[in-house]
Ligand binder design. Structure first.
Ligand code: SF4
Length: 362
């Protein structure tokens, strides 16, 4: 299926013009952000944008409400702290890694160094700047928290020595020493076999053709079991829920004080070290089972011109009384459902005079 539309994935240099001003998306491979980088992002959001830092379903950060001078000034600031290592590759650094990797007992292998090596390799290959902004790499540390993110190229740890590299439903057992190189090779092979497609799954026979180019044969059944990472203490780490994935200035300031920085998860939460103080006082949630856990929302009004409702305000008002059944909940201002989570979720969509919940009137 060849695409005819232009790839409009926003970045820092390619800012999207939304109804509330410029929207810049800052890629954070592995979700990793140092305390210094977070402080620069916080101040930039206050001085150049609407003050908030939005967490995305790919563990990136967005700043909204940028005025005309915002994008240039923002890119200068991000470059200064290492958040723009390659201008050409900034929109293709889409690398998810298990956020608790190396921090608790569920982690079979610390995939964060592999994610960093993958990112360096990506930025070092000029041809890979041509990847579509939607192309996604994922590194699961074995627990299965990224098993349902529908990455184009994924690996899942088996043990300290090996992992399963997967493209769609095809899996190959590989050693950790070759993982980064094979993931980069798969991305290059995708560019060689695609027409205008954005994802490997869109290319007819794409998975098989890419494995063939890599000289690999699918030989391993995929472990598709999934795990949900909940708020609370996990080994050396604390998972903190960020209501609706939108960090206020106060919240970002508290997190920027965390020694060692933080990791952004794909689930509107962040990982910090155990012992960070002042979280609940600014509205962050460090215990499991809160009404905000697993709840996401698109921009809605006034940020998006297509929105049929102020979904964030409505979600904030209605979630406390919302009946939960264990699934994630996503609020969307229209049927495009931007930012919807991977896997099953309760689908709440604005229809102009209210909301449909899984197709039924709220
Ligand atoms: S789901 Fe609709 S309203 Fe929400 S951000 Fe996307 S286009 Fe806008």
């Amino acid at each position: 299926m060849a695409r005819t539309e232009t790839d409009r994935c926003p970045g820092v240099l390619a800012v999207h013009q939304a109804a509330d001003g410029g929207l810049a998306r800052v890629r954070l491979p592995g979700g990793v952000v140092s305390a210094e980088q977070l402080e620069v992002l916080r101040v930039a959001a206050a001085e150049l944008g609407d003050g908030r830092l939005e967490l995305t379903s790919r563990a990136n950060v967005q700043i909204r409400g940028l005025d005309a001078r915002g994008p240039r000034e923002l890119s200068d600031r991000l470059f200064g702290v290492g958040l723009l290592p390659s201008m050409a590759h900034e929109r293709v650094r889409n690398i998810l890694a298990s956020p608790l990797s190396g921090l608790d007992r569920e982690s079979r292998y610390d995939v964060l160094p592999v994610a960093a090596a993958l990112d360096r390799g990506l930025c070092a290959r000029p041809g890979l700047a041509e990847l579509p902004g939607r192309f996604l790499f994922a590194l699961d540390d074995g627990r299965g928290d990224l098993a349902d993110v529908r990455a184009d190229v994924a690996v899942r740890a088996v043990d300290e020595r090996s992992a399963v590299l997967s493209l769609g439903g095809l899996g190959v057992r590989v050693s950790w020493g070759e993982v980064a190189e094979l993931m980069l090779g798969a991305a290059e092979a995708f560019l060689a076999v695609r027409d205008q497609e954005w994802r490997i799954a869109e290319v007819p026979g794409g998975e098989e053709r890419i494995l063939e180019r890599l000289g690999l044969q699918a030989d391993e059944p995929l472990d598709t079991s999934t795990t949900r990472v909940t708020a609370g203490v996990h080994g050396e780490a604390l998972v903190v829920t960020v209501p609706l994935g939108s960090l206020t200035q106060d919240q970002a300031a508290v997190l920027a004080g965390a020694v060692g920085g933080m990791r952004v998860t794909p689930w509107r939460s962040v990982v910090v070290g155990v012992g960070v103080a002042g979280l609940e006082g600014v509205g962050l949630v460090s215990a499991p089972g809160s009404v905000w856990e697993g709840v996401t929302a698109c921009a809605g009004r006034p940020g998006c011109s297509k929105a049929l409702g102020d979904v964030r305000a409505d979600a904030a008002r209605l979630m406390p009384a919302f009946e939960r059944d264990g699934r994630r909940v996503h609020w969307a201002g229209c049927e495009r459902r931007c930012g919807k989570p991977a896997g099953e979720f309760v689908d709440v969509v604005a229809v102009g005079d209210g909301y449909l919940v899984d197709g039924e009137r709220l």
